[in-house]
Design a protein around this ligand. Sequence first.
Ligand code: SF4
Length: 619
Amino acid sequence: MLPQRIAYLDLDTRKVEIKDISEDITRKFLGGRGINMYLLYGHTKPETHPLSPENLLIVGPGLLTGLEGIGASRCNISGKSPETGLLGDSNMGGHFGAFMKRTGIDFLVIIGTAQKPVYIHLDGEGINVEDAQDLWGKSTIETNTVLISRYGPSSQSISIGVAGENLVRFACIINRRKNAAARTGMGCLMGAKKVKAIVVNGRKPIKPKDEGRFGILRKELQQSLNEEPLVKLLREFGSPFLFMLINQRIGMGRAYNGLSSKFSGNRNISPRLLKEYYQGRAGCFSCPVACHHEYRAGEVENEGPEYTILSSFGPVLGIRRLDTILHINDLINRYGIDGSSTANLIAWAIELFNRGLINENMTNGLKLDWGDEEAIIELIHQIAHRQGFGNVLANGAKEAVRQLGEETGKYFLWGKYLPQSDPVDLRYFPAYALGNSVASRGSDHLRSRPTWEAAGFSEEALKAIYGGRVSANPRRYEGKGRVIWWWETYLSLFDALGLCKLIAFHCRPGLLDFEFFSELIRYATGLDLTPEEIFAVGERVVTLERMFLVREGVKREDDFPPQRYFEPLAWQDDLKPAEKDLKLDRAGFERMLDEYYDLRGWNRKGRPLEETIKHLGLS
Ligand code: SF4
C-alpha cells in the first residue's frame, strides 16, 4: 500500500508524470481529503479561476480505501470550486475509489483542458486519454454503463451528465447510478476540462500489511457494528431513517426554505412507506453496513434516496408524494446535479416568487409555489439544460443572487456561497449552527455533524469524549465550540482514510476512536502513528483548509449562519409554545465561535496563528 503514488496528467500536452508520495507527507496528511488539500493548497493561487485550465481536478481515494470489510470505499474529489469560488471538495462512496487503488495509482491530478470531449482510462499499465464524443450528451448512468461494458467487470467509472457538460455550477460526478461526489461543483470543473468520464481497470486487490492482525480487528469491528442500534436502522431503512428521528420525532426538520420547521406531509413521505418501493439492499465497496436500497417507482429504478434528498425535496420544497421524490432522485442522478444545491436554489426561488421579488416575466412564464411538483421538475430540467429561468439558477447561488439583486440574498440559506446541505433547522441546536457555519467547503453538515448532541449524554460523559466542559443541553452554547472543534478533526480523518462518516454518525463513542485508527493504520500499512499524532493529522487538514480560505479572503464574518436563524420562525402555525420564540442568540454564537477559534489555534478573526502553522508543520 505504500508508498502512495500520484499521477499528474496534463490535458494540454497529454503528458503523464508519476511520483511517489514521501512517507513524511503520508504521515502528515494520510490520504484522500488530506493529501488532496495538500495538493490543492500547493498548486492553486487566489487568482486561479475555477474554470481555467490552471485549476486542478484531484481524485484521491483514502489511505485505506480498497481494504475489504471495513467500509473503506470513499474517494475525495477536489479543486477550486466553480460553485463558490472557494474550496471545492466532495466525498464519494460506491466502488470507484477501491478499483482506482487497484491500478497502483492513489491520486490522479488533472490539469489543463482537452480540446474535445475525452475520457481518461487508467489501468496497471498506463494512463490514456480517449475520445468521448460518442458519450457526450449521455446521462451519467448511460455513460457508466457503456464504459463498464467496454472495459469489463473489473472496471469502474465516474462520469458527469448533461449538467456537467453545460457547466452548471453545482454539477456533480456519479459512480454507477447514485454514488455522487456531490458538493461544490466538481462535475462542473470536470466538464470545464471536457472530461466526460474516468474509467479504471484495477486488477490487483489491496492487501493489508499484517493480514492476521488486520483480520482480527476487522472481525471485532463487524461484531460491534452488528450491536449498534442505529446501524440496524441504517441497514433497514438507509439514511432516510434519520427522517423519523429528526423530522418526525424531534421536529427540527427544515421546511419551506426555513420559514417553518413543520411539514404536514411528513407522514406521507415517511421512511416506513419508502420501504414499499425497496427491491433489495446494496452498498458501497465491501461495506459491512450496506445501507443503500434499490427501488422501483413505476418506470423508475435507481438506489436511494438519501435522507438529504428526501428532506430537501420533501419539507424544504413542500412535495408530499414519495413517488415524485423517487423520480426526482433518479433525474438529478442522471443529469449529475447536486440535490442539496438544486433543492435549496428552487426553494429560494419559490420564496422570492411568493414575496413578489421575482415574477412570471422573469421565470419565462413559470409559476412557482410550494409543493408544485410539475413546476419543480420543469425547473430541474431547465437547470440541467441551462434553459429559461433555470439558466439563472444554474449559475449557482452567488451569481444568481447577483443577477436577481443583493436584496434576494437575505432569503438564501447558505454559507460561504454554498447552499445549506443539512435539511435541519439550525435554530434548534447551536452546535449544528456552528458546524454548518465554520465548515470549510461552505454550509455543510458532513464536516462536523455532532449527532451525539441528541443522545442525552451526561456532562461527565461529554467531558470524557471532548476533553473539556460541554453543556449536556443541546439548546445551550457552553462548550459547543469544543464540540465542533472535535467533530471536525475526527471526521476529517474518515475522509483522509477513506472510511464512511455515515457509520461514524451512528455509532456510540469509543468504537471508532483514535486508538482504533492507530491500530488500523499500523496493521494495514505498517505506519506507526500514535492516537495523538492521528488527532494532529485532523487538526492539520482543517487548518490547511482554513489557510486556503484565508488566502481567498474568507474572514470571521463568513463563519455565521444566515440572519434568518437569528429570528423566530416566520410561520408560527403548528409550533409548540417553546418553539415560538426559538432563534439563535448572536452573543451566544460569538462565544462559541471564539471558543472554536481558540481551540484551533486561530486568532479571533479566524486566521491561523503563526505558531499553530509552525506547530502543525504547515509553514
Ligand atoms: S454505510 Fe452506506 S454509504 Fe457508508 S460505505 Fe456503507 S453502504 Fe456506503
